[in-house]
Structure formats: structure tokens, C-alpha cells
Ligand binder design. Sequence first.
Ligand code: URA
Length: 229
Amino acid sequence: MNLTKLLQSQGFGTRRECRDLILSGRVEIAGEAMADADADINPEGLRFSVGGQDWQYREKACVMLHKPAGHECSQRPRHHPSVLSLLPIQLRNRGLQTVGRLDEDTTGLLLLTDDGQFLHRYTSPKKNIAKVYRATVRHPLTEEQLNALRSGVVLHDDPEPVAAQSAIARDAHTLELTLTGGKYHQVKRMVAAAGNRVEALHRERMGEFVLPAELKPGEWCYVEPDNAA
Ligand code: URA
């Protein structure tokens, strides 16, 4: 692959900007400056550095972000900064999109990708991707509430009851809820319909991905989706 195109595909700017980066001698491969903007490079497994920062070539990028509160999952946020502002410019330039959405005040695991197939696989209702939430609730949880969540509650925009895959009380005010759907404000509305109220919401897992304890709010890491899943 042409080196200029390669850098462009990795989010380093326009063709012109990538060319200028190379000609300035700031792009290195295997420790050597590559000043030929048209050099033919095999991208597979390629590691390179730009301005002293190391990168790995990725045909598609998929990242896991520990979403902090006070950020919107929107390209054009209205009241709070976008979650995209937490990622480096190179990833933003690649046009990463959030895999589903979390509310502005919800924290936890959020995936972002420029891989259309992965995005579809993870957001299609047919795929039944399980999402595990930890909700802190205002009133002590009751067996009736848990049973209502398990057997299904009616939300006002849908005549069919919506059921959780599982609803477990971790303690009197902490609910672990596993859902496969992705309706707007689904956890908050289901908990309200069951007679309680969500005070804080955190997503711990989505499909094969679990938020690692060492990934702090606002931090992100690359993930490699299991394409066979
Ligand atoms: N359900 C909600 O109510 N809010 C979220 O952010 C995610 C799921």
C-alpha cells in the first residue's frame, strides 16, 4: 500500500497532510525515517511511529471506552461533550461510531468502531447481544419487582411486555439486569414500570466484552472482536 494512503487510512489527515508528515521525516518504520511518500508498504501487522508515537496498522478499528458521566453518545452533542472527544484525533478522523448508545448520565462499557459489519452484528435486534447493567435503585428491591422484570413489564411505546434475560438483587439497592434489547432508556423505563427508580446506571458487559477493572472512567483501549461470534 502506498505510504501516504496508508497514513490517511489510519486517520492522520488529508492526503496532503499525510504527505507533508512523511516528507518532514516524522514517520518511522522499524526505527528508520521513511521520507518517500510513495513507498510501497505491506500494511499487514505493520508497526510504525509518527512524531515518536507508536501505532499499529488496523484495517478496522474497534475500541472499548469506559464512558464517564457527563458525555453524550452523539457526533453533534447538545449539552455535554461527545464521547468522541475522549479519543485521539486519529480515531475521530476515521469516523468511529458508537455501537448503540448510553445516556449522558450512564457510565461504563461503550464500544466504538468504523467496522460496519461489527456495528451491524452488535446492534441488530436479531442477534440478541446480551448487555449487563448495574443499576443503583432508590427503593429497596422487592421479589415482586424482580419477578416483574423477569416476566416482562409494559413500556408505553410498546404493547408487548419487555422482559429482562435476568434480574438479580446484588444487595437491597443494587440491581444486576441483563437485557438483549436496546430500546430508548430501556433500563430506566423497565425499572420504573416495575415500581422503582434508577438513581445511577453502569454497563459492565456487552456480548463478549467485559469492562476491565483497570480501565478507568474516560480511558479506552483497542479490542479485537471475535469475528466468528
Ligand atoms: N438503559 C437506559 O435506561 N439507559 C442507558 O444508558 C442504557 C440502557
